[in-house]
Design a binder for this molecule. Structure first.
Ligand SMILES: Nc1ncnc2c1ncn2[C@@H]1O[C@H](COP(=O)(O)OP(=O)(O)O)[C@@H](O)[C@H]1O
Ligand SMILES: [Mg+2]
Length: 146
């Protein structure tokens, strides 16, 4: 399990951008971590790394945001307000999985069973105030899961 340390929102963004260069059509990136841990900043970086257009905002109320214009389309989900696997499936998760883009899902750990094998899991964690950079220290850990 590789952990990287972020010292600022810009740092978290940069780590997302770096991850984006490794992503291929159909890939799923699952994010877990408390409110304010930096999940949405990480997704902003992924979008930028893919070259997608538009300002990335949390899809908490709209459930999924689509960003196009980049190397691959990005489908950004947030499971925070969803209450059942059924609800996730009603959003059309399966259709998005086959749509030739990248899926990134905040609060994915609420419904891990709906995600395909090969999903890449990342946990973001607030650590302490940062001495360098202009933010707090966050750890971003890629976790091995089945
Ligand atoms: N190293 C860091 N990485 C990411 N965000 C940070 C960092 N340090 C401080 N922050 C702040 O933490 C908050 C993270 O918010 P956000 O990305 O929306 O989190 P989440 O989507 O996990 O709720 C922002 O207000 C951001 O400015
Ligand atoms: Mg968020």
């Amino acid at each position: 399990m590789a952990t990287i340390t972020s010292h600022s929102p810009a740092d978290t963004f940069a780590h997302g951008s770096a991850l984006a260069t490794t992503l291929r059509a159909g890939d799923v990136v699952a994010l877990d971590g408390d409110l304010g841990a930096g999940k949405t900043h990480f997704v902003k970086g992924i979008a930028a790394g893919l070259g997608c257009e538009g300002d990335v905002t949390s899809p908490t109320f709209t459930l999924v945001h689509e960003y196009t214009g980049g190397r691959l389309p990005l489908f950004h989900f947030d499971f925070y307000r969803l209450e059942s696997e059924d609800e996730v499936l009603r959003i059309g998760l399966d259709d998005y999985l086959g749509a030739g883009g990248v899926l990134v899902i905040e609060w994915a750990g609420k419904f891990p069973a709906v995600l395909p094998a090969g999903t890449r899991w990342f946990r973001l964690r607030a650590v302490t105030g940062s001495a360098k950079g202009d933010g707090d220290i966050r750890e971003i850990t890629e976790e091995a899961r089945a």
